[in-house]
Each structure stands twice: as structure tokens, then as C-alpha cells.
Ligand binder design. Structure first.
Ligand SMILES: [Zn+2]
Length: 214
């Protein structure tokens, strides 16, 4: 079962990807994790990736695909995997498709977690973070015992710049421009599955399980 996750930043696709990985016993793969693992292990591909990252540049798509193909050829991916955060653009999706084709493989499901922008902006603006110990909360979903104070260390909580509406809006704009076209791309290939991501994450997951099979 080879799955990719689609959805806007903050739609909760990472959470669903983890739950899928747990239930179906397949690896949850993000390109960030692959970069870190290869750099840590000192592989040739990792060394190449590091030169770009050290220079503050994006790792080129071609190299990312090489790292990804290396990762999915490992034994733990024999029954499939969940890709989270890749591809993000049409050229990446096309390169991924071509690389998988060479292996005689293809993506089985592209799960699109749909959440309207306004909803995401609202969700994110409720997040609170402790800059002292790294704990994260949400004013509605994960409240602290004392409002505005970290349960763990007693420091004052802040709304991070990343979670501020103007920052979230910018990220959503990039998503709509670069990543949303993937919905049409995977729809044309007959593998797109839309799920309503506005509901409780367990309900969203139950929908996904129904589609993938128990
Ligand atoms: Zn704290």
C-alpha cells in the first residue's frame, strides 16, 4: 500500500499519516527525516544533501528522489509506505512517478485531507508554545491548567510567529499555488481520495480506514 498525503499546511495530514503508519505497519516517510538520517549515517547521498543544506539552499528534486528511492527500497517498505510532505509540486510528482515506474511501482492512494483556509487559520491562531521547555498547547484542544502558563515549567506561553494568521496565510498561498495542482494530477491517475479534515481526527481516520480497508 503506497500512499501519499495531500492537504494544506495545518490540515492535519501529518497526524493522519502517523496513524496510517501505525495501523498498517508501514513506515511514515518524510523527506526531512530521510535527509537527517542520511547525513547522520554519512552516506554519499547524505553528504551531497548536506552541501546544499549548509549553503541554505533547497535540496534539488533529483537528489531528493534518489534519497527517496533509496529509502523505499529498504526491507521495511516491502508492504508499502506513507509519504508525508513530498511531492509538493507538479515537477516533483512527475519525477516521483517516473522513478517509481522504473521500479514497476506506482502510488495506490493520494489521500487529500480537505480543510478550508479560514478553518486552518483559526486552528493555528489557537496554538500556544512554551519557548522555555518546548511544550505546545492549544487554547481549545489542549488547554493549560492556568491560562497562558506552561503546565510543565511555569513559563509564559506565546503565539509563535509561525502560527500567526499573516504567516499562515502566506504558507497557504504557496500551498494553493504550488501544491494544490497535485489534487488534479492524482485525480487524473484515478488514485485521489478526498476526506473532510474539519472533523475530529479520529473521525477523519475512521473514514481513511474505510477507504484503505481494515
Ligand atoms: Zn514550559
Amino acid at each position: 500500500m503506497k500512499i501519499i498525503m495531500l492537504g494544506a499546511p495545518g490540515a492535519g495530514k501529518g497526524t493522519q499519516a502517523k496513524k496510517i503508519a501505525d495501523k498498517y505497519q508501514i513506515p511514515h516517510i518524510s523527506t526531512g527525516d530521510i535527509f537527517r538520517a542520511n547525513i547522520k549515517e554519512g552516506t554519499e547521498l547524505g553528504k551531497k544533501a548536506k552541501t546544499f543544506m549548509d549553503a541554505g539552499k533547497l535540496v534539488p528534486d533529483e537528489l531528493t528522489i534518489d534519497l527517496l528511492m533509496d529509502r523505499i527500497s529498504r526491507p521495511d517498505c516491502a508492504n508499502g509506505y506513507v509519504l508525508d510532505g513530498f511531492p509538493r509540486t507538479i515537477p516533483q510528482a512527475e519525477s516521483l512517478e517516473a522513478a517509481l515506474e522504473k521500479r514497476g511501482e506506482k502510488i495506490d492512494y493520494a489521500i487529500n485531507v480537505e480543510v478550508p483556509d479560514e478553518n486552518i487559520i483559526h486552528r493555528m491562531s489557537g496554538r500556544r508554545a512554551c519557548l522555555n521547555c518546548g511544550a505546545t498547547y492549544h487554547v481549545v484542544h489542549i488547554p493549560t491548567k492556568v491560562e497562558g502558563i506552561c503546565d510543565r515549567c511555569g513559563s509564559e506561553l506565546v503565539l509563535r510567529d509561525d502560527d500567526k494568521p499573516e504567516t499562515v496565510k502566506k504558507r497557504l498561498d504557496v500551498y494553493h499555488e504550488q501544491t494544490q495542482p497535485l489534487i488534479e494530477f492524482y485525480s487524473q491517475r484515478g488514485v485521489l481520495v478526498n476526506v473532510d479534515g474539519t472533523r475530529d481526527m479520529e473521525v477523519v481516520f475512521a473514514d481513511i480506514v474505510e477507504i484503505l480497508g481494515a
